[in-house]
Design a binder for this molecule. Structure first.
Ligand code: HEC
Ligand code: HEC
Length: 388
């Protein structure tokens, strides 16, 4: 138990303790928070020290992109939860972050492109946010143009398609003026930061804390892998990732079918025995290798794209940065025979494709579906707290 806590605090230093400040935290001190949200400010949900399976060990937690400038607190993540779910952060009160990053879908919009505040369409597919904490390149968006989650967080608000506080609508200054007039925000910012000032940095930090807390650790794969991890030295190694999850040592509910197990082995192993997927989509978080280059979608591609973690990929609806594929089968067909030459292509993916039989493709699709995490998609910590 002691070990468990020390591992957790590596990742989430426990700063939330200052929350016990006496009467000032009671709901009556924050009447508008009580009017607009169902938050209980005296009994916060636990963002900083969630119960994670043992394979989210110190080595994995050390890959978090959290920095000392913005350590997570339960108060900060709670403010982030309000901001993320609040359509009033868009110019005409129609779009929140959650409109395009729906929790029930693994924080993604299943449409190929998303509809913004004024009916316009994005030119990229939305991205799943589960395990965003573990993207080590610290680069956000498909083309990695934002340097951090903090840096990304107010971009959609200022985007002329997405939420509409672009320069012609007054920019972030206009949003901040609007938030100052929404009675619950001065109260919430004072509760989190000690004074009611609403600033870009405070908005970005709270949103980033909330997003970093979206850890996916309860898929079928996690539950099965936890058994072999515990039985084989409590270490995340290629050897352990290579172990069968179809054996009788795995409880029946989480035991892999023959197809899932074959897909798992093909995904995890490098060539020639396997297909080398795990070299880029790295277990146990399935975030992308920070050094990964593009996967050859278009001839002569020069842009290096990232992929969000493959956790919940089944629920994405559309796949790749422009949502060009509408099924995981099409994704596997791409890797089998569609890989194009171009300077951005990663050499681990041969031009032409990785040789895969139809059955192998089917099995890898079956494996990808074991990465679906319904716990993340129903976790009360991420639901909208707004009631008005
Ligand atoms: C209208 C739909 C829409 C809204 C609203 C929206 N997003 Fe997004 N989000 C997208 C799309 C589309 C992308 C991919 C854009 C790209 O890469 O060019 C994206 C990408 C992201 C990423 C990058 C993920 C990664 O792994 O690199 C983050 C983080 C994110 N959004 C958070 C937010 C937050 C926070 C808000 C609210 C302040 C928000 N989004 C509002 C559609 C939306
Ligand atoms: C060299 C690194 C690399 C390898 C190897 C690789 N991928 Fe990818 N994968 C990527 C990149 C980069 C993207 C995002 C490409 C884009 O949208 O432009 C991606 C995207 C995906 C997506 C879609 C994700 C989404 O959110 O739309 C799936 C599914 C996927 N890969 C599965 C696999 C499978 C299965 C294999 C093995 C057969 C594999 N990948 C091998 C780099 C890799």
């Amino acid at each position: 138990m002691k070990l468990f806590f020390s591992l957790i605090t590596l990742f989430f230093p426990v700063l939330g303790l200052v929350a016990c400040g006496g009467g000032t935290n009671s709901s009556s001190s924050y009447p508008n928070v009580a009017l607009y949200t169902n938050l209980n400010l005296t009994s916060l949900l636990n963002y900083t020290a969630p119960t994670l399976p043992a394979h989210y060990d110190a080595t994995v937690l050390a890959t978090s992109n959290q920095t000392n400038d913005n350590l997570m607190t339960n108060k900060g993540a709670t403010l982030g939860r309000v901001l993320f779910n609040d359509a009033r952060l868009s110019f005409n009160d129609t779009k929140s972050c959650a409109s395009c990053h729906a929790q029930s879908n693994g924080f993604v919009d299943q449409n190929r492109f998303s509809t913004g505040f004024a009916g316009g369409s994005t030119s990229a597919h939305a991205m799943r946010l589960g395990n965003i904490a573990f993207y080590r390149g610290s680069s956000m968006f498909w083309n990695k143009r934002a340097t951090s989650i903090e840096d990304q967080a107010t971009d959609p608000i200022q985007n002329d398609i997405e939420m509409g506080f672009d320069a012609t609508h007054g920019g972030l200054a206009a949003l901040i003026t609007k938030m100052q007039a929404l009675p619950y925000y001065p109260e919430l910012f004072a509760w989190v930061y000690g004074d009611s000032a609403i600033t870009q940095a405070r908005i970005e930090n709270a949103l980033a804390q909330f997003e970093r807390s979206m850890i996916s650790s309860d898929s079928k794969w996690d539950r099965a892998y936890a058994v072999v991890y515990a039985a084989n030295g409590n270490v995340n190694s290629n050897a352990n990732f290579g172990l069968s999850l179809a054996g009788v040592n795995i409880p029946a509910a989480n035991r892999f079918s023959a197809s899932e197990e074959n897909g798992r082995a093909l995904f995890m192993r490098g060539p020639p025995a396997g297909k080398g997927c795990a070299g880029c989509h790295e277990p146990p978080t399935f975030a992308l290798d920070r050094n990964s280059r593009s996967n050859g979608l278009d001839l002569n591609e020069t842009v290096v794209f990232k992929s969000p973690s493959l956790k919940n990929v089944e629920l994405s609806g559309r796949f790749m940065h422009d949502g060009r594929f509408n099924s995981l089968e099409q994704v596997l067909a791409h890797y089998t025979s569609g890989i194009q030459a171009g300077t951005a292509r990663d050499n681990r993916l041969p031009v032409g494709g990785i040789n895969m039989t139809a059955q192998e493709q089917t099995d890898i699709v079956a494996f990808l579906k074991t990465l679906t995490d319904t716990s993340l998609n129903t976790d009360a910590r991420f639901a909208s707290p707004l009631i008005k």
